[in-house]
Design a protein around this ligand. Sequence first.
Ligand code: GLU
Length: 491
Amino acid sequence: MTVRTRIAPSPTGDPHVGTAYIALFNQCFAQAQGGQFVLRIEDTDQARSTPESEQAILDSLRWLGLDWQEGPDVGGPHGPYRQSERGGIYKKHCDELVAKGHAFHCYRTAEELDQLREQLKESGKATLKPSDLALPAEEVEKRKAAGEPYVVRMNVPESGTCVVEDLLRGAIEIDWAQVDAQILLKSDGMPTYHLANVVDDHLMEITHVLRGEEWINSAPKHKLLYEYFGWEMPVLCHLPLLRNPDKTKLSKRKNPTSILYYQRAGFMPEALLNYLGRMGWSMPDESEKFTLDEMLKHFDIQRVSLGGPVFDVEKLSWLNGLWIRELQDEQLADRLQQWLLNRENLLKVLPQAKGRMETFGDFMPLVSFLAAGQLPLTEDSFAGNRLELDEQKKLLQFTLWRLEALRSWSKDNIFATVKELSTQMDIKLKDFNAPLFVAISGTTASFSVMDAMGLLGPDLSRARLRQAIDVLGGAGKKVLKRWEKEFASLG
Ligand code: GLU
């Protein structure tokens, strides 16, 4: 049997280090056994998926040095590798489940579902079962005749226990009482993750599914779907989730999570990949620095330990230092040029710097903030601004939220966003800009903060706003709640 694994990212945001971590283990698992590694794009959430996000995911996984044998960019015999192009396949398989009585059309309205959930809460049950959702046959006919929208749901047992085998965890028991009559096909005809994932894993001949542990609770549904279809289920292996140093689930509020951040902040792809390889895994000789080839050579999935691996930027930086010191000077010179110190980038920055230069010597100090990863900020850095520190902190958070939602990163769009927000918050643009200036450039004596953000790019800009909020003491849960409300009411 040829081992085949896959990574199935959803293109709904920045390329996440967690995606690269899962990809790395899938690639190693397959290739260590002479198998194949497939990349599939799970873009069934049409409202949130974007081609830009897909491209960024592919680019950043490639930047890290990962490599797949089949995928949307390289083709292969099991395509298309983008779920949005496989609609007919899911529909056909879903019809088959309905015909066999394993799934049913559900005409329940949103209001009815809300009501049912209320009743459920009162009765102390956790999930909606087919019996809860059933409508009298004539009512179904009526709604069908009226052309009302429906979803397709799967039948699930009311009670009992489902046992799922996991390569690392052994037998996992999950009560069927916890599993609801999952929607398989939405009213817009698009499949949900569960249906599409099972159908694709089967048709793409995936033998081993290595994915994050957040999917364990979905495993019973998947197992049942394989049974309904009469297909053999791939071996499941749930990898431990990456964590912040405080052991909570890795989140961008506490750590940069976008691969693009690490790229822009000057990390070496080899070092980041090396670090991801150490997430829950170690070399037989416990060596800390190793290449992808070395990892492949020694890969054994049983060496994965399930305690939550901590993604610690300080450790990563330390490891990155080891990698840098092992480069020949010639190589390092090339790397620095590739990274930021190239003619193209110089030409982008010069228009901003030129007007403020008297000698060439002024250039480096003027632009050094563009090359730094994080700035040496303290509360004092913000003390000279007119607004109270708390007010500055809030404005930085609000700006961050707005900029996180900004689709296309350009100076003009950033400016429009900031201007609108300052008007809505009734703060003069000059006062509003001052804390942004400090957060982004480390000083107010630099060129326009909008230009600076344009040049820094979204990942580093957002990371700096987050860093500034932290430097100002951060925001506790309570404060965040209050701010969220206020932010939402701004319109
Ligand atoms: N699209 C899912 C995700 O983004 C894939 C989960 C899986 O590997 O089954 O996490």
